[in-house]
Every structure is written in C-alpha cells, then in structure tokens.
Design a binder for this molecule. Structure first.
Ligand code: F3S
Length: 395
C-alpha cells in the first residue's frame, strides 16, 4: 500500500492552498514515497538550516523568494545560524555587500512567518519540543540533541524539506518517526572520566567515527550537563552521522540494550585530541560557542575575561543566539567580554560566516568547529578547554 493522504493533504498537493504549499507537499510526498511511508503526520516545530548567504548564494535565495510569494509557516519555525551577527556585523569585519545579501535571506524567511533568531540551539531559546513530539528539524547537532536528550522525534532534514514541513505542518512518517527505528544497536562502555563539554566533544568524535549511522547505547557516564550533551550531540553527528543516541541514566531511552559491547578508553580520547591538533599552528582566531553558547557558558567566559585584554593580532568570537546575547547584555556579561576586546557574536558561527582567508589558525573547545574550520576555511586547528582558549586569547 502506498502513501495515503487525508483530504486536506490532497488539497495542499492539488494547489488549493497556494503554489508554495503545493511545492512543499510535493517534496514531502516524494520523500514519503522514496522511504516507504504509509502516511503523513503533523509536526509541531521546525528548524531550518542553510541560512547563511555564504552557503545559499543567489540560486538558494531565488528558491526562497519563490516559496515566499504565497508560502506561510504553519508551525513554530526557527533558523540555523546566518553568516553574520544581524546587528553588529560591521565591527566583525563583514562586508557591506555580504550583509546586504544576508539580510535579504533573513527578510524572506521573516515574510514567511519564520522566527528569525538564527541559532543551532533553538531548544535553549524557546523552540523546545517535549518528549514524544514529532518535529522536523535540520541542523545535525540539534537533531541529535532533540531525538536523544529531549526524546522528540525527527529525521535529519535538509533545508528544503524542513521548509516544506514548516509550510504544510506535515512530514512523512518514516525513519526516526517510527519507534522500531529508534532501538540501540551497539553498546559503548565509556571507561574514561569526562568533566567538561570539551571531553564530551572528544567522546562524540570517538563514538561517531566508530558507529557511523548505527544507534549507540552509551554506558559509564554518571553525570552530564545540558552543555555537555549539546557538545556531544554536535560531535557524534559530525564525525559519524548519528541522529539519535541513548545514554544510560541520562537520556529518556525507550530501547533494548544491545549485547555487542565496545570499550572507549582514555587512550581513544587522547588519540582524537591529537588528531585535532595541527602542527606549528599560528593561532590568530579563537572561537567558542559551537554549538551556540548557553547563558551559563557566557557567564563563565565573562568572568574569565573580566579586566583582561585580548592580545594584539588575535580575534575572539563567542557565538550564541540573539535572545541569549540580550540576556548577557542585561547581566553585564556582554560589557565584560567586549571591554576585553573579544566579541559576543549573535546569529552566526565560525563555520558559516565568510571567514575564509581571514585567519590562519583556530583554537576552539569544539571538535565540530575543528572539522569545519579545516574543511571549509582551510584553517589549521588546535582543540583546548574553554579556560585554555581564553588563556591563549589574552597571552
Ligand atoms: Fe552550530 Fe555552527 Fe557549530 S551551526 S553546531 S556553531 S558549526
């Protein structure tokens, strides 16, 4: 039996709800047919990726323009990072030309009814689904976090399919929307002590690389903060393509426990730490906040930078969501950071901003940021804890 549609869904597909909704429905039903879905299901939240003009270019912008002619969001929809801080871009060295084009992208999303906070941690700023809720999110780290930590259900959407879900309020029921596809397949017993988000990022690298797309069940971790889990989610999704993990005693698992067990040791973590360190790196860029920093992380960084000065020849970005930056301003964290000569950058990140050629070496606490800095920007990288990154910035 093929994909069955309700009468309302048929009307959407027939163009009764406008051109953009018809196109969106075509995308969703095509995916449903490819993956053998029997029906479409409502989604309550959408996260769209592919927002930076740097990645979209004119072709992407044209597509969005067409969809925005009569397309309007049906559910809460937020955006992934753009290529710049939408307000303070000038002082970060972004060109007028790029800023104009990036703003065009954001305006189009706004016209469609998208909440134009540009962040990869939408769950920290109000786009927070609950356990068991069906959603359609793009952005691999947020997908992994929402499936695993929150227990919401989403496939790893691309930009166009997430937008299509936003304009129709639907997704096709396949993949991780079905409980039978959410069962852990390999158990990883962690024997190393983890104390910081940075350690969780390294662990994500080790497990991601080994497990690929196989769903891991992780044991041996007694405690993890939200920041630890966002770091782990980003890393395990980047280095392995994992969209769901189970962590014993930490995440809300509905799974059997696999018998096949692999060990993760201190040596494994050290090996990837060494791999993320290039030789003879001239560090001129320090970036923290991948995924976007929480207010707790920004508060700690502000204390570390209070009364200090960023050294000549070094640029420091702390990247976060705009609502979090607003709280940081209210709390005085923004002033402490900026007075030291570092930048609290909202809406953007070091991977999607147009930074190629601007720096030589990146120091970061994020394994995912290292991956993109090397692959997209040709930067050399060094991975360190947040404390070490700040020390490097001021020395
Ligand atoms: Fe977010 Fe950019 Fe990192 S989108 S997860 S800060 S690469």
């Amino acid at each position: 039996m093929g994909l069955e549609l309700t009468s309302e869904e048929k009307m959407m597909l027939d163009g009764k709800h406008g051109k953009a909704t018809r196109k969106a429905m075509e995308i969703i039903t095509t995916l449903g047919e490819i993956y053998g879905a029997k029906r479409l299901i409502p989604v309550s939240s959408v996260q769209i990726a592919g927002v930076s003009y740097h990645n979209l270019g004119e072709a992407g912008l044209e597509y969005l323009k067409e969809m925005a002619e009569d397309g309007r969001t049906k559910v809460l929809t937020t955006l992934n990072p753009a290529g710049m801080d939408l307000e303070e871009w000038k002082k970060h060295g972004i060109s007028e030309d790029f800023a104009k084009n990036q703003q065009r992208v954001v305006d189009i999303f706004e016209k469609m009814g998208v909440v134009t906070t540009c962040t990869c941690t939408p769950y920290l700023i109000g786009n927070l689904p609950h356990y068991g809720e069906h959603i359609a999110w793009a952005e691999s780290s947020a997908v992994c976090f929402s499936n695993s930590v929150i227990g919401a259900l989403t496939n790893r959407e691309g930009g166009p399919s997430a937008l299509a879900s936003s304009l129709t309020g639907r997704t096709a029921e396949y993949g991780l929307h079905l409980q039978e596809n959410r069962i852990a397949e390999v158990k990883y017993e962690v024997q190393s002590k983890l104390t910081k988000p940075y350690d969780f990022g390294l662990l994500g690298y080790v497990i991601g690389e080994r497990t690929g797309r196989t769903i891991p069940y992780i044991t041996g971790i007694s405690k993890a903060t939200t920041e630890d889990l966002k770091s782990f989610s980003a890393s395990v999704a980047t280095y392995g393509g994992v969209a769901l993990f189970h962590m014993e005693g930490i995440t809300p698992n509905r799974t059997t426990i696999p018998t096949k067990t692999e060990l993760v040791t201190e040596d494994d973590l050290n090996r990837v730490r060494i791999q993320l360190d290039d030789k003879e790196v001239d560090i001129d860029f320090i970036s923290i906040g991948c995924p976007h920093a929480s207010i707790k992380e920004i508060g700690r960084i502000a204390e570390m930078l209070d009364g200090k000065k960023v050294a000549d020849g070094k640029t420091v970005w702390i990247t976060t969501a705009k609502p979090t930056k607003d709280i940081a301003m209210k709390m005085g964290y923004y002033d402490k950071i900026e007075k030291a000569g570092a930048f609290l950058v909202a809406d953007a990140c070091c991977a999607v901003a147009p930074l190629k050629g601007k720096f030589k070496g990146l120091m970061t606490d994020s394994a995912k940021a290292c991956f993109y800095a090397r692959g997209k920007n040709n930067f050399k990288t060094e991975i360190r804890t947040v404390e070490e990154c700040i020390q490097e910035a001021i020395s």
